[in-house]
Design a protein around this ligand. Structure first.
Ligand code: NAD
Length: 408
């Protein structure tokens, strides 16, 4: 029997991501049912969706009356639900964006599975949990998948469509078609820790932290070198924006995932002690007024704050700027080498094709070019092997991926 088109979209969780995804679905003309355990979050969510829709209208240069009309029209499609049952019954697809906690997600999926129509698709926006484990709480393993949006969901084009081992091809195809209809760029990937972007881009921050720890260069120098190489933000600026705590939690989740798989090189994902100290000290980034940098009331960046004695590694390394040109080149090369090495590993494990990995890093992490593209222009696998050999003593992130040996 042919599958019906999606009409009603259920969203569980009215936080940053749930609200953004709800806005995207409303813009695509769906009826959206939004649920959160916190009633205040739902009401705040409705207001944020209204603001988001109005901003989009303003970008399209609509006049004030047309904006109001279009916002009201879209918002008319938004319903709120007090219970999970109410969000599930009648939905063609439910996208869960509650907290990143496996037990919680399993409880939610078990409830959705009981109430949702038998052919409804259940999706999770998890950042790093295995979709297979979430699907295990349901009786419809073939109809559960990951739809990993990036923040802010209305603006970021990439969606990783995560195929768990039991997800059916038809369900993946339908999800891909839906994301395309929503104006997104879906990239299909396997259900492995960190999927594509969170895994392959992990060295963007971890390698920067390793260099800071080793005193290679300071915070502002590393950020400047990376920005000068065409990245929109340096690693420390990015962690301050994302939240040092959030970055640490994602890193921990990926590390735990690789340890659980018995990966002998899992320690390449170990969080840095500097991240842990900053989080312990409450320096969580922009949202806390201080992270790697301090922020004034307006939120603009100030120079690195000298650390307390607890934060000595930050203070010491921050004092060692500015680096000379060879150091600047080395900073960028270390980050890009660790990333391309991880890209080869992920490709070899079947996480995604090289082209999709490049596309995902460009669209999801805003890299100027994908890792395979970047290094193809520099001589490809032979250059990567030679450069990795120079850094071999620095740790498992520079142990060449198996697939590098097979390429010319
Ligand atoms: N923030 C990001 O950059 C980002 C990006 C991609 C994916 N994610 C993932 O998306 C999910 C949501 O992240 P977020 O940043 O929107 O979090 P958030 O903290 O902003 O929002 C989570 C919401 O879930 C609600 N919630 C908690 N328990 C619930 C339950 N049992 N039923 C319904 N709602 C419940 C909370 O009240 C809160 O409003 C997480 O899995 C996260 O890893 C986040």
């Amino acid at each position: 029997m042919p599958e019906l088109a999606f009409s009603v979209v259920g969203i569980v969780g009215a936080g940053t991501m749930g609200v953004g995804i709800a806005q995207v679905a409303l813009e695509a003309g769906h009826e959206v049912v939004l649920h959160d355990v916190d009633d205040v979050a739902v009401e705040r969510g409705r207001e944020r969706i209204r603001e988001g829709l109005a901003k989009r209208g303003a970008k399209l240069e609509l006049d004030a009356d047309s904006i109001d009309e279009s916002v009201d029209g879209r918002l008319a499609g938004l319903r709120t639900a007090l219970t999970l049952d109410a969000v599930a019954s009648g939905a063609d697809i439910v996208i869960e964006a509650a907290l990143e906690d496996l037990d919680l997600k399993q409880t939610i999926f078990a409830a959705l599975d009981r109430e949702a129509p038998p052919n409804a698709i259940l999706a999770s926006n998890t950042s790093a949990l295995l979709v297979e484990l979430i699907a295990a709480a349901t009786t419809r393993h073939d109809r559960v998948l990951g739809l990993h949006f990036f923040n802010p969901a209305p603006l970021m084009p990439l969606v990783e469509v995560v195929r768990a081992p039991a997800t059916s091809q038809a369900v993946v195809d339908r999800a891909v078609a839906l994301m395309e209809r929503w104006g997104k760029t879906p990239v299909v990937c396997a259900d492995a820790p960190g999927f594509i972007v969170n895994r392959i881009n992990r060295p963007f921050t971890l390698e920067a932290l390793a260099m800071l720890e080793a005193g290679v260069a300071g915070i502002a120098s590393i950020d400047r070198a990376v920005r000068d190489a065409g990245y929109p933000m340096g690693p420390f600026e990015l962690m301050d924006l994302t939240g040092v705590d959030i970055t640490l939690a994602t890193t921990r989740g990926i590390h735990v995932g690789f340890v659980a798989r018995g990966d002998p090189l899992a320690s390449r994902f170990e969080p840095s002690v500097i991240q842990e100290r900053l989080v312990d000290a409450g320096r969580l980034g922009r949202k806390a007024g201080a992270g790697f940098y301090a922020y004034d009331a307006g939120g603009s960046g100030l120079p690195p704050v000298p650390g307390t004695s607890d934060l000595d590694p930050v203070a010491t390394a921050a004092a060692s700027e500015p680096p000379d040109d060879p150091t600047r080149a080395l900073i960028v090369e270390r980050i890009e080498l660790a990333i391309v090495n991880e890209a080869y590993r992920a490709r070899d494990e079947g996480v995604a094709e090289a082209d999709d990995i490049d596309r995902a890093l460009r669209l999801g992490a805003r890299h100027p070019a994908g890792p395979f593209e970047t290094w193809a222009a520099r001589g490809g696998a032979a250059t990567i092997r030679a450069r990795l050999a120079d850094l071999a003593g620095l740790g498992p992130r520079f142990v060449p991926a198996d697939g590098l040996a097979d390429e010319g």
